[in-house]
Design a protein around this ligand. Structure first.
Ligand SMILES: [Zn+2]
Length: 145
């Protein structure tokens, strides 16, 4: 059994410390736009002068919603049966100015625009071959205000 990332190009090398892996970003040196994951070309201005780096783990909720319906197949984290579905928060997190979608874990009383979140990497599901797939989530942090 191996531990593998949910997709190529979004996590740094996980061979040493998979559950402590950082997520990756790309920032365009021409227009300054930041992206989730490693990109060879800017999706805003098409420049190829793009620098890749590690995303800061501390961010905030840019916006969010409560997903009240199951996603379509293929979905690996649970049942897609409407009767078994439990509504859950989904958010755009912002880290280093990079915004991307993720599932939200933690105390829902803290869920609001601007709420502090931390990027966490954890086991998501197991493949048919028995490999463990790593996913990321946004963990709500205690809000001091
Ligand atoms: Zn650009």
């Amino acid at each position: 059994m191996a531990v593998i990332p949910f997709a190529e190009g979004f996590m740094e090398d996980i061979s040493a410390n998979p559950y402590d892996a950082n997520l990756m970003k790309s920032v365009c040196n021409d227009c300054g736009t930041g992206f989730f994951g490693t990109k060879d070309r800017c999706e805003n201005c098409a420049s190829q002068d793009v620098e890749q780096g590690v995303l800061d783990r501390d961010g905030e909720i840019y916006t969010y919603t409560i997903q009240r319906y199951p996603p379509p197949e293929p979905y690996k984290l649970g049942s897609t049966d409407r009767d078994e579905w439990t509504p859950r928060p989904v958010a755009y997190g912002e880290f280093d100015g990079v915004r991307f979608l993720g599932l939200v874990d933690g105390d829902r009383q803290q869920l609001e625009v601007g709420a502090p979140i931390e990027l966490v990497v954890e086991p998501g599901w197991e493949t048919d071959d028995g490999d463990e797939v790593l996913i990321y989530k946004f963990a709500l942090q205690e809000n001091e205000t």
